[in-house]
Design a protein around this ligand. Structure first.
Ligand SMILES: *Cc1c(COP(=O)(O)O)cnc(C)c1O
Length: 415
């Protein structure tokens, strides 16, 4: 096991005093590494920003779903938001009481919802047909939450906007009359209302505007316990990026929520479900430069990883800082950084980086959220190991795959 010997601040080349290059020596590359301290400090910053508010954080599991990460979330007091029964079961296996877990599915089979109810999770439904099925089957015996689509456009990229009128998510605010009818007809116990308008928007006014819509809807339900405002918190991926100002959000939302609770006549819980905000910064993807390829147009750095391990740049056009930690004082040059997949898997075009040679260790920052959890075996490539750094110690939390993992469920037919 690798432990730190010196007490130094985090920078590009180390986590809690552990050199990233040492981790590559021990565990090989490519390798995902997460800094537990970073997760805890993001969490504390978030809850610290709210005043006199019963705030509950439900970590959006899909961002990074390793069971040991979930166990760590549990240890520091964070609940879970899950989007599939598999995530729910991993959460329960991680030690969560199902009641602490919010289940927010989209277009799943109703049978899955029945199974989730049997397991005891908090259920968040996002379509009218399912509110009706739920009412018919369970009446008022089980509390329900519904996801609302407030028709607000928000999100860093069209693929991650979820609260606009064309989105598949949520029940439109224009169709809530149908929900009120079903609630009356079946005596549904509406315990919460939920909204998640998308990822990666920094504008506090959008949160406040959505909150006003939610307060209006909430007045139509008598027995609410919580309002869940989802997430969307923007983190900084590159220098100069405007992050969601959490202090400002906290102070403004604390006031607006307190005013609402007074009007409602009861102090409700305020929920958020951050994924990216909690884990993005904590994560690093470490890779090795396999080839420096000079073409008439460009100089490429080829890596022993690709869009199979980190799809965000190609999927969302996201920017990740990429650092050559083997040559920290090297001369700056422009490179295009590409992967080893037979596909155009470009991580960065014409990026200024320190001069790079074959064998250098290259670090992607902000790789904690939607990194490993969106990885695949495309090109029949194995997926990397994962390491969590906790209290100055590196702990392996997922083994590197082997060819056997790829062949495991394949059935060989002999012709
Ligand atoms: C993905 C998701 C989140 C988390 O979004 P981030 O941008 O990662 O914070 C929260 N709630 C729901 C319902 C989600 O689907």
């Amino acid at each position: 096991m690798i432990t730190n010997t010196l007490q130094v601040q985090n920078n590009d080349t180390e986590i809690q005093g552990i050199q990233l290059t040492e981790l590559v020596k021990e565990y090989g590359s490519p390798l995902y590494v997460y800094d537990a301290e970073s997760i805890e400090s993001q969490y504390k910053k978030l809850i610290g920003a709210f005043h006199n508010t019963n705030i509950r954080i439900k970590y959006a599991t899909k961002a990074l779903s390793n069971i040991s990460v979930l166990k760590y979330m549990k240890k520091i007091g964070i609940g879970l938001d899950v989007v599939s029964i598999e995530e729910l079961k991993i959460g329960i296996k991680a030690g969560y009481d199902a009641k602490e877990i919010m289940y927010t599915p989209s277009c799943v089979d109703f049978q899955e919802i029945e199974e989730v109810i049997a397991l005891g999770a908090t259920l968040n439904i996002d379509s009218i047909p399912f509110v009706e099925k739920f009412g018919k089957t369970y009446g008022g015996t089980i509390p329900l939450c519904i996801r609302i689509n407030p028709h607000v456009e928000a999100g860093g990229n069209h693929k991650i906007k979820t609260g606009h009128i064309e989105s598949k998510f949520g029940i439109s605010i224009d169709q809530l009359d149908q929900v009120y009818d079903l609630v009356n007809k079946f005596g549904i116990d509406m315990a919460g209302i939920h909204v998640h308008t998308g990822s990666d928007f920094g504008d506090i006014d959008v949160f406040l505007k959505v909150a006003e819509v939610m307060y209006g809807v909430a007045m139509n339900f008598k027995n609410l316990k919580f309002l869940d405002f989802g997430s969307g918190f923007k983190v900084s991926y590159k220098q100069g990026d405007k992050e969601t100002n959490i202090e400002e959000l906290g102070s403004k939302m604390s006031v607006s929520f307190a005013n609402f609770c007074q009007k409602y006549g009861k102090k409700l819980d305020l929920w958020f479900e951050p994924g990216k905000y909690l884990v993005s910064k904590s994560g690093y993807l470490l890779a090795t430069a396999t080839v420096i390829k000079q073409t008439p147009a460009t100089t490429f750095i080829g890596l022993n990883t690709g869009l199979n391990h980190l799809i965000r740049p190609m999927m969302y056009e996201s920017y990740h800082e990429i650092v050559n930690i083997s040559n920290p004082d090297g001369e700056k040059k422009k490179y295009s950084v590409v992967g080893y997949i037979c596909e155009t898997d470009t991580f960065a075009w014409e990026r200024e980086m320190n001069e790079t040679k074959e064998g250098d260790i290259i670090v992607f920052k902000n790789a904690g959220a939607y990194g490993f959890s969106m990885s695949s075996n495309y090109n029949s490539r194995i997926r990397p190991a994962e390491v969590l750094v906790h209290k100055g110690k590196a702990i392996l939390i997922r083994k590197r795959e082997t060819l056997d993992d790829i062949l495991k469920n394949q059935i060989e037919v002999n012709f």
